[in-house]
Design a protein around this ligand. Structure first.
Ligand code: SF4
Ligand code: SF4
Length: 142
């Protein structure tokens, strides 16, 4: 499957917990390169709600321009598996497998439906350093 005419030649990979981070993005990030890329990804998703995404528990199109991607893996967290476990928990709550392909619109509706309280995200976002700047997380707290 390809996202023809969108600027991406293949189905975009998005790591599962980024389905949440994208909703909370307020313009903060790790570097200018990272931010430009993330803004482009978000713009693409908004403009192409019927294109397909592959939801994964590994580095994705956002990680690709992140200064914390080292040898294909995220080096930001002390325990290398903790970032992956955030993805796995989101996949579990959504009831989909690693590598699931779905439409942008459907995937965001699905994730909003199953993860929508602060209790739902305690395990997922617990260690994230962006919690106080993530509108998605902050909106769940109130
Ligand atoms: S709090 Fe962190 S991990 Fe959770 S959605 Fe926001 S940016 Fe992503
Ligand atoms: S911090 Fe890790 S998971 Fe987050 S974008 Fe960077 S490489 Fe990817």
């Amino acid at each position: 499957m390809e996202n023809h005419g969108t600027g991406y030649s293949e189905v975009i990979k998005i790591r599962a917990h980024h389905l949440l981070c994208i909703q909370g993005f307020q313009g903060y990030g790790y570097s200018r390169k990272f931010l430009i890329n993330l803004e482009n990804v978000i713009k693409f998703l908004k403009n192409h709600p019927y294109s397909c995404l592959e939801v994964v528990a590994e580095a994705d199109v956002i990680c690709e321009r992140c200064p914390h991607l080292e040898g294909g893996c995220c080096n930001r967290y002390l325990h290398s598996n903790s970032i992956k476990s955030m993805d796995i928990q989101v996949l579990k709550k959504m009831g989909i497998a690693d590598g699931h392909i779905g439409q942008v619109k459907n995937l965001f509706s699905q994730v909003k439906e199953v993860i929508n309280t602060i209790e739902d995200v305690e395990d997922i976002c617990g260690r994230c350093s962006w919690k106080d700047r993530c509108s998605w997380y902050l909106n769940l707290e109130v």
